[in-house]
Design a protein around this ligand. Sequence first.
Ligand SMILES: Cc1ncc(C[n+]2csc(CCOP(=O)(O)OP(=O)(O)O)c2C)c(N)n1
Length: 591
Amino acid sequence: MSGGGVPGGRRPEYGSDLIVDVLGSLGIEYAALNPGATFRGLHDSIVNYGGNTRPELLQCCHEEVAVALAHGYAKAAGKPMAAILHNVVGLQHASMAIFNAWCDRAPMLLMGGTGPMAAEQRRPWIDWIHTALVQGQAVRDFVKWDDQPASLASIPEAIIRGYRIAMTEPKGPVYLCFDAALQEMALSEKVPVPDVARYAPPAPVQADATVLNEAAGLLRDAERPVIIAQYVGRAPAAVDVLIGLAELLAAPVIDLCEHGRFNFPSTHPLDLTGAEKELLSTADVVLALDVVDLYGALARADRLTRRSEPVVPESAKVIHITMADAAIRSWVTAYQRLAPVDVPILADTAAVLPALAARLRALGVDGDAAGRRSRAERLRARHDALRREARTRCEESWNDRPIAPARLASEVWDLLRNEDWVLVNGTLDGWARSLWDWTRPHQYLGNSGGAGLGYGAGASIGAALAHRGTGKVCVNLQPDGDFLYTPSAIWTAAHHRIPLLFIVCNNRTYYNDEHHQALVAQARGRPVENRVVGIRIEDPPVDFAAMARAFGAYGDGPVEDPAQIAPALGRAIRAVKEGGGPAVVDVVIDR
Ligand SMILES: Cc1ncc(C[n+]2csc(CCOP(=O)(O)OP(=O)(O)O)c2C)c(N)n1
């Protein structure tokens, strides 16, 4: 908790001033919003009482963008910011983005207004259609907690509790609704804001010693162990511990980062991401770390029939360390298919991994022992081959037109390799990981979590905001379809001078669905060429560069000649560095 107390010398006069004081004491730096009368009190207090700092308002043209901004910020900054959502209507606009943040374990303080709940104080019509019993009901199934304090005195506790719940693993969004009348009510007496340091989130959950011993024993005796990791990197320090653990065991690591966080460097010789099926099919012990869909990760699925078969041998022992069971809700089956686990550990990987490594050392496990050293050598050879194969496949498509995704990824890497870079969104179908050197956890943030489109633009800007002023170059490899849900996010980045290199990976289609329609047509013996109907985004093609310029940002493209990628990216990065805002480059790529 980065609190610093309520700034001295100011005296809150209204309920909403009090809200600003509590947010300030929790160290909340930003509040993204689209304006609305149900929080006009709070809006006034942030601007005129708080001086528009801690929190500072970030103006958005859609609530979905406001929440996505908070989502990207939370992952990059490791702490929550606020998003303010106008009653029933703003909240409903925001709901898709809240769902993404919920699935992706991103902490944030969502705040809204309602009412007044006292019916006699409501304006005719508008205050009635925008009051609900209660607002929180609309998002309750996919926030960790919601509250609607009914008195001025209960405001500090609601916010401080909300912060703590959002920041306790498994992290996630919380929603606080403030009655419009309460916000605007004059404070007749002082409401104390407690010392927030005494309400800090708890220490991470450790595993029980017996179960830790059991897991360590299995890993010590394993001959073909495999580590599979998804959300370990949400605590960046745990990544180094995981590296040490993998080296100790000479165990290959499969990094499910694309739907989670950065967990393991792509350059490490034990990184065998991409070889999961061959490794898992012979594994004798699987150490799963914070894997959302463990059944799916250990299975082979058929995209058409939807059937899946386990890949891991029946005899393999599975250890799973996760807090997921503490976040289960009945409404959405985001908890995934039930997977068989021999050693289930409900604990935080950030706490358990160091303890597990220590336990293995105490048991005499030594990464330098002959058997482990030769296993590590075999794995290194396979790792090197995978990296080489990726480079070869990239070179094979080098001069393709439309531009191959691999070529674009390679060109972006040439631009970034000597920079302190952060890939804030997108991977170009994984090419960014297989061709680039990913070494540190902050370099990649994962994706939306809930697979709800409209995430990339807002989240990448939120992440770039968290890195603003650090000299890091933030890059978004932005699919076109996802971008078209929330393009106005560019205006927010331009308005607030948030530096970001925004590369539209423009295949002019919702390709994922094109593939589904082709599969179905093929299976039914129907014309596969009709897969494009209702799916292609090419008639007319979207002019993303013009769209960026319309929002006041730098815009370049469409780039269709592969030889023009590097010059276009060079111009754009100069625009980012010199202009301090977003630069959008539209690159037309192959499907
Ligand atoms: C809100 C929402 N609507 C629809 C979908 C269904 N959907 C999944 S992927 C996809 C296509 C995405 O297109 P794009 O972002 O351009 O990426 P591409 O598949 O072309 O790489 C769609 C429409 C979704 N996931 N979320």
